[in-house]
Design a protein around this ligand. Structure first.
Ligand code: X95
Ligand code: ZN
Length: 623
């Protein structure tokens, strides 16, 4: 008699291995250990294949990238099926629960394998079109090998020939965005299908999940309303100055500003025309780019200088692998994605930057931006892989730019020998602050429109025949700019911007350009470089170079990775838990007061009327 009882006991013990009890919290912890090891390996394999393709665009490297990422997608889908067997929402340990909730979002790998491959191919093709796009020279029409970096960028940054600028602006869009339109339509359908497989309404909702904040879109709008008055004043001042250069026929007093005259291919930052529109024209600032070239700066020296700043505040040196594996200047004889990027190869040792660096002040700040990403990667590499990301994506974009706010001061540029003038009087200080405002305040409406455009496409509110119409309606409404020539509904101007064809979200930069001033204010106060209401210790003159206290405050935030919700990381560095544009407005207050008075004095029109250009809207939809 005892046998059956015993066997029933044993049997029940055995079969209990398959019921929900075995996906309990204890097993969950073991699952996470294994998942971490597996994910590290697969992320490393995929990063290496993606790097090989991005740094040398060949059919063979594309094939390898497709094969590895498809195989990786299969693995992650299996891992995702395992995750769903755990009742992780009921787990007690907040850390185990947080890791599971992050593993429970698979992303585009949720697609069927052939749709995943189709999507990877579509994005790779759009990136290839962007990377290989060439235009013919305006002055020498037989010369047709101009790339975005460095040739076309150089024209947009330095030329003041309106016809040459118009040519580059139009030809770039014809050879980049317009050629990606069909692929982009395919991309939209596939990423939306993937988002829905992850239980999101659409891809925009999937992107915004990164912020773990219910009313995040309202918070973005509130920040924009806080900043908009300042932007309107700067826009009015610049339009008036540009009119003096190009004349009334090219730049009207009340219409939006023609986008090709603003010193940047996307009119996203205007500091390249600062010198030509200064508040105090007789105080021309020294040309830092010229000084860099004169002193024999090389791309390597630019990176060494940036590394030296980070080390001076107790952040990390670049590991040896960085100098061995990075691509810091445009290589000869091959096609590659020149758009600068920073790479964490997910093995805790291999960190890289790929940048077709030019020796100029703009790229000097890009160097700090990219190295800021690597500083974050190094600060959180002790975490499980699932936490090796920014507190939110905006934090990752803000690290390097926060340091650049110190580097860009006249005080610091003097310290490193790039400015010769001894000290700056009131007028040259305001000229300098004006130039920074043309990068930082001007950028915000641009950054806000790039993802409003894509969120609305993912929601199905913008159809492909209206891509140009809606893109230009947003750009006119927020930036007060217009295209230099009429646009067609067949075109795809948004695709002339890297992030749009490379499937990279953009609201992260809007967030970064707000919070980097909150970070700057906190580290400057910590270092005693900034004292509220002390005119000798103003925020825009603070340079935290060599201040290890400031560095420690920053590092404490970086080391968190995404192990805590971003308000905790924000609190760790600033003591606040919210995004807030008052730091930015305080930083620029001196120049904003000056410009507002100047605009009043000169009776300059603030705001803009509707453009008289065609945006490619259907007849009924021109309003
Ligand atoms: C970045 O954020 C991006 C690369 C895979 C994922 C591949 C993410 C984003 C990426 C790529 O690092 N000359 N590149 C071009 C410099 C590009 C640098 O996009 C970027 C950067 O072009 O919209 C200095 C310079 C401080 C530029 C925010 C936005 N940069 C852009 C920007 C900056 C910026 C700017 N801060
Ligand atoms: Zn970045």
């Amino acid at each position: 008699m005892w046998l059956p009882t015993l066997s029933i006991l044993i049997l029940s013990k055995l079969c209990s291995t398959n019921n929900v009890l075995d996906y309990d919290e204890e097993h969950g912890k073991q699952f996470l250990e294994q998942a971490n090891r597996d994910t590290l390996l697969w992320r490393n394999k995929i990063s290496l294949a993606e790097w090989a393709y991005a740094s040398n665009i060949t059919d063979e490297n594309l094939a390898t990238k497709l094969a590895v990422s498809s195989e990786g997608a299969k693995f992650f889908k299996d891992q995702w099926q395992d995750v769903q067997k755990y009742a992780w929402k009921t787990f007690k340990d907040p850390d185990v629960k947080r890791q599971f909730s992050k593993y429970s979002i698979l992303g585009t790998a949720a697609l069927s394998s052939d749709k995943y491959e189709q999507l990877t191919k579509a994005i790779a093709s759009m990136e290839e079109i962007y990377a290989k796009a060439k235009i013919c020279d305006f002055k020498n029409p037989e010369k047709c090998n101009l790339s975005l970096e460095p040739e076309i960028t150089h024209i947009l940054s330095t030329s003041n020939n309106a016809e040459e600028l118009k040519h580059a602006w139009v030809e770039w869009r014809k050879n980049s965005g317009d050629k990606s339109k069909a692929l982009f339509k395919e991309y939209v359908n596939l990423v939306n299908e993937a988002a829905r497989l992850n239980n999101f309404a659409d891809n925009g909702a999937f992107w915004l999940d990164n912020y773990e904040t219910e009313d995040i879109v309202q918070q973005f709008e509130d920040l924009w309303q806080q900043i908009k008055p300042a932007y309107l004043q700067i826009h009015a001042f610049v339009r008036n100055e540009l009119q003096k250069i190009y004349g009334e026929s090219v730049v009207s007093s009340t219409a939006p500003i023609p986008a090709h005259l603003l010193g940047n291919m996307w009119a996203q930052t205007w500091s390249n025309i600062a010198k030509r529109t200064l508040p105090f024209p007789n105080k021309t600032p020294e040309d830092v780019t010229q000084e860099m070239v004169k002193q024999g700066y090389t791309p390597i020296k630019m990176f060494e200088s940036a590394e030296e700043f980070f080390k001076s505040i107790n952040l990390s040196p670049m590991p040896d692998t960085f100098w061995k594996n990075s691509i810091l200047q445009k290589p000869e004889g091959r096609e590659l994605v020149c758009h600068a990027s920073a790479w964490d190869m997910s093995d805790g040792k291999d960190f890289r930057i790929k940048q077709c660096t030019t020796v100029d002040i703009e790229d000097f700040f890009t160097v700090h931006h990219e190295m800021g990403h690597i500083q974050y990667d190094l600060a959180y590499k002790h975490h499980p892989i699932i936490y090796r990301e920014g507190a939110n994506e905006g934090f990752h974009e803000a690290v390097g730019d926060t340091i650049s706010l110190s580097v860009s001061t006249q005080k610091h540029l003097r310290k490193i020998g790039l400015l010769k003038s001894q000290e700056d009087d009131y007028e040259s200080d305001l000229n300098h602050l004006y130039s920074t405002a043309l990068d930082k305040i001007v950028f915000l409406p641009f950054a806000y429109t790039v993802d409003q455009f894509r969120w609305n496409i993912f929601k199905g509110l913008i159809k492909p025949e209206n891509y140009n119409c809606e893109w230009w309606k947003l750009r006119e409404n927020y930036q007060g700019i217009e295209p230099p020539v009429n646009r067609s509904s067949d075109g795809f101007d948004a695709g002339a911007k890297y992030h749009v064809v490379a499937d990279v979200p953009y609201i992260r930069y809007f967030v970064s350009f707000v919070i980097q001033f909150q970070f700057h204010k906190a580290v400057c106060q910590k270092s005693g470089q900034y004292v509220p209401n002390d005119p000798t210790k103003q925020l825009h003159q603070c340079d935290i170079y060599q201040n290890t206290e400031a560095g420690k405050l920053l590092k404490n935030m970086l080391q968190l990775g995404s192990s805590k919700p971003w308000p905790d990381a924000m609190e760790a560095i600033t003591g606040q838990r919210k995004m807030d544009a008052s730091g930015l407005l305080e930083y620029f207050k001196p120049i904003l007061d000056y410009i507002e008075n100047k605009n009043k004095e000169n009776g300059v029109h603030v705001g803009w009327t509707h453009s008289n250009k065609s945006f490619g809207c259907p007849p009924s939809n021109s309003e």
